[in-house]
Design a protein around this ligand. Structure first.
Ligand code: MG
Length: 374
């Protein structure tokens, strides 16, 4: 690109950020009203190297989807989960493979569109989530409604969110806990031989309530009971996924021997998971990326409640798109762990905010996202 082309493209870029939607389409050559689908892989840089029992990394890639119709663009995101053999590049291919469906079907009929998407995909939950969220954002924008209002929810009921502290050495753990001073509840990752040292480092600097996630890290039921009873003496409210997901009978045995609620995460994939978890777990951690979006998550929350289970909304490391989508459903749940956007340094959007630990939902239509420049 020569200087003249650079100046011209820079002028167009700056004009685009300050123009209304129809003018953007005119400037970018997309005719207003022409249905369009755009899938892209977005690299999100982590503020801290993130370590759990399962992985350690400095960035994450998520799948972003934009659906445009009638001059309105719905934005969605799905974070592919390595445990379920998903990655962003394959998610992008999956979205592109159903471009015909997404450009011909109306987002007004989001339920019907997602039924067809699920039939064609056989998995690809992150891609399902990205499409579902984009459909819902489009629908809310079209009708001028923030999504929490579309679901008949009161934004004042949005819960506190935990802030997650990944596994690290005691010195870094203490620093992370001090950095999280604004959050009244912390979620601590355990599941290694260093659990006692991790908790001691946290307790050296705070007396806050803690929630603990073992990410399937303990390998037998006796160890799980021993660790959970010890956690109880450390001011821990609940334990998430103490044993591997397939150890349902063992988890039921553990549950009968401890007082603390046990929450399923890796064991809870989608709506069909819930009935078989009801005897082994006290609650479920629902993530849009695992189940395929807001509509499935909503159905899961209702079903889990029908089984008398506690409900929690969680997230993967992702931008404000996915986290804000989950936050719009959060007035329905007992617990929220919606901090994935706070762990990254280059969030392309702003949406849900956290004020003194409480989720504050945006009031704009759809997800209510803004870009940092707007
Ligand atoms: Mg978890």
């Amino acid at each position: 690109m020569n200087r003249r082309e650079f100046v011209k493209s820079a002028a167009l870029a700056s004009a685009v950020t300050s123009l209304p939607m129809n003018a953007i389409e005119a400037a970018t050559g997309t005719p207003a009203g022409h249905p369009a689908v755009e899938a892209s892989v977005v690299r999100l840089n982590l503020r801290h190297t993130w370590t759990t029992h399962m992985s350690s990394s400095q960035y994450r890639e998520t799948l972003h989807v934009k659906l445009t119709r009638d001059g309105i663009t719905g934005i969605g995101e799905g974070a592919p989960i390595v445990r379920y053999n998903e990655d962003a590049a394959h998610g992008k291919e999956a979205v592109e493979s159903i471009r015909d469906l997404l450009t011909s079907a109306s987002p007004e009929h989001y339920e019907k569109v997602m039924q067809e998407v699920r039939k064609r995909f056989h998995g690809n939950y992150a891609a399902q989530a990205a499409i579902d969220i984009a459909l819902m954002d489009w629908f809310g924008k079209k009708h001028g409604l923030p999504l929490y209002r579309h679901y008949g929810l009161d934004a004042a009921d949005a819960p506190l969110t935990t802030f997650s502290i990944g596994i690290d050495d005691p010195e870094k753990t203490r620093a992370k806990v001090e950095e999280a001073a604004a959050f009244p509840i912390l979620k601590i990752k355990v599941g290694l031989d260093t659990d006692e040292a991790t908790l001691a480092a946290v307790r050296a600097v705070t007396k806050k309530p803690l929630r603990v996630d073992a990410n399937e890290g303990w390998k037998n039921k006796e160890e799980a009971v021993r660790k959970i009873n010890w956690l109880e003496s450390q001011g821990v409210e609940f334990i998430e996924q103490p044993l591997p997901a397939e150890m349902l009978e063992e988890t039921k045995w553990v549950r009968s021997r401890v007082h603390m609620p046990i929450i399923a995460d890796e064991a809870c994939l989608n709506l069909a998971s819930i009935p078989k978890l009801a005897e082994s777990y006290d609650g479920v951690n629902i993530k849009l990326d695992k189940c395929g979006g807001m509509q499935q998550a909503y159905a899961m929350i209702k079903t889990a409640k029908a089984f008398g289970m506690k409900t929690m909304l969680g997230c993967m490391v992702s931008s404000s798109v996915s986290v804000t989508a989950a936050a719009h459903l959060s007035p329905l749940v007992d617990y929220a762990d919606l901090d994935g956007n706070l762990l990254i340094a280059n969030d392309p959007y702003a949406g849900v905010k956290v004020v003194n630990g409480k989720l504050v939902l945006p009031d704009g239509p759809g997800l209510g996202l803004t870009t940092p420049k707007s």
